[in-house]
Design a protein around this ligand. Structure first.
Ligand SMILES: NC(=O)c1ccc[n+]([C@@H]2O[C@H](COP(=O)([O-])OP(=O)(O)OC[C@H]3O[C@@H](n4cnc5c(N)ncnc54)[C@H](OP(=O)(O)O)[C@@H]3O)[C@@H](O)[C@H]2O)c1
Length: 234
């Protein structure tokens, strides 16, 4: 199948948590690491998160650096990436920053009753805002359907940025090529804090592990890069 090269990027604590239970988003990265992530974003065509991350963090998912945005313009690209959100319910806030910022628009992947609900939410959107498409990607949505739709939109590199449910969906699909983990030098230690992943049938197992291609210190953050694709396994 023609699908985008898919990179999953996440910052975790040493105990595998991607946030704490407090109202503010936990900072698990440093400025140098954020700059690397920005560079990674700028090299991709689309960026995807789950509805949980959208509700919790209200992210913009923009390329932060003016230099990187200018470089994309010079290459004839939009300054920012196409944004993608995965939801089962379709119950999204159309006023969320993800849908009101950027210049490449967004796609909502949902299924079943979620399709009608999401279409209702985005109906009558004021002009001048970035476009939002609602796509039926199965009930529940599958990675295969999402990737096929993105490929048809010309997306060759997809960046997946959370949260735990969506990491699990992708990492159990066998359709992720690279994993970039930034490990912060502390523990969260809360039972209810969101985890990097949930239980599932992951394709990387003790018998078929990922290939570690890089382990590097960015200040006190450990950046680990793994390959999961056939090239990585070779
Ligand atoms: N440290 C990091 O790098 C990082 C990055 C991103 C997010 N986070 C954190 O992650 C947390 C959110 O994680 P999360 O696990 O709660 O949320 P999530 O993975 O972002 O989204 C979960 C939502 O995705 C939808 N979903 C779940 N399974 C699905 C499936 N099979 N098909 C289609 N849609 C599906 C559901 O949306 P509906 O409810 O709409 O059906 C579900 O509520 C936040 O605390 C955030 O701060 C951390």
């Amino acid at each position: 199948m023609d699908r985008p090269h898919t990179i999953l990027s996440c910052a975790v604590s040493v105990d595998g948590r991607i946030d704490d239970t407090g109202p503010e988003r936990l900072r698990l990265s440093n400025e140098a690491d954020f700059a690397e992530i920005d560079e990674l974003r700028a090299q991709c065509d689309a960026i995807l998160v789950g509805a949980g991350t959208l509700r919790n963090d209200d992210p913009r998912l923009l390329v932060r650096s003016e230099r990187l945005r200018a470089r994309r313009r010079e290459r004839g690209l939009t300054e920012n990436l196409l944004k993608a959100v995965v939801t089962r319910t379709g119950d999204l806030d159309p006023g969320a920053r993800l849908f009101t910022t950027g210049d490449a628009g967004a796609v909502v992947y949902t299924g079943g009753d979620g399709v009608g609900r999401a279409r209702d939410r985005f109906a009558g959107r004021p002009g001048g805002l970035p476009p939002v498409d609602v796509v039926d990607a199965g009930d529940p949505p599958t990675v295969e359907a999402i990737q096929a739709d993105l490929a048809a939109r010309g997306v060759r590199r997809l960046l997946v940025e959370g949260g735990g449910r969506i990491h699990t969906l992708f990492l159990t699909s066998g359709l992720v090529d690279e994993l970039r983990l930034a490990v912060a030098p502390f523990f969260v230690g809360e039972a209810d804090a969101p985890s990097f992943v949930h239980p599932g049938a992951f394709t990387a197992t003790p018998a078929a592990p990922m290939r570690l291609v890089e382990a590097r210190a960015v200040g006190d953050i450990a950046v680990l890069r793994y390959r999961l694709d056939a090239e990585g396994a070779a």
